[in-house]
Design a protein around this ligand. Structure first.
Ligand code: SF4
Length: 153
């Protein structure tokens, strides 16, 4: 829902703090998660993520979350799924050229990044192309594995 999505961007600062705290907890739990088996628990985590992030951010469950770097605005809501800044069609009122009823994802991303205070270190980080094979899988567990030095199988 767009209203909730916009609210999340207005509250990006503390939401990102919660997000980072959750990530730190999960990284600390890596030995437990590893014992349980990342493959085995992925479906459960992905379902929780879909519920939480779907409600707050209209997350499209790409499995490669960049919310922390994009001002808590999900770039997959861009009709062109652009992950590194806006196209050339942003309307003069900041709305999307494809969906005039929607504020351009990158306008909200800039606003969220400004609120977080990471215009230099977040939104300007180049995001890799989306790997569609990860769609529907847990981005949280992927981030935990990456931070724990575990390569993906
Ligand atoms: S105007 Fe913004 S949201 Fe719309 S297609 Fe272009 S970059 Fe994506």
């Amino acid at each position: 829902m767009k209203l909730v999505r916009y609210w999340s961007v207005r509250n990006a600062r503390w939401l990102r703090w919660v997000y980072k705290a959750l990530e730190a907890c999960l990284v600390a739990l890596h030995p437990v998660l590893d014992r349980l088996g990342y493959q085995r628990i992925d479906g459960t985590f992905a379902a929780v993520e879909k519920l939480v992030k779907g409600f707050l951010f209209d997350s499209q469950s790409c499995g490669q979350c960049s919310l922390g770097e994009t001002g808590m605005a999900c770039p997959m809501n861009c009709p062109k799924t652009l992950r590194n800044g806006p196209c050339g069609g942003v309307r003069s009122n900041g709305h999307c050229e494809v969906d005039p009823d929607m504020v351009c994802v990158w306008v909200t991303s800039w606003e969220g990044s400004r609120r977080i205070g990471n215009l230099e270190t977040g939104i300007q980080v180049i995001q890799p192309p989306v790997d569609v094979r990860h769609k529907g899988t847990s981005a949280w567990l992927r981030a935990v594995r990456r931070k724990s030095g575990v390569s993906e199988s």
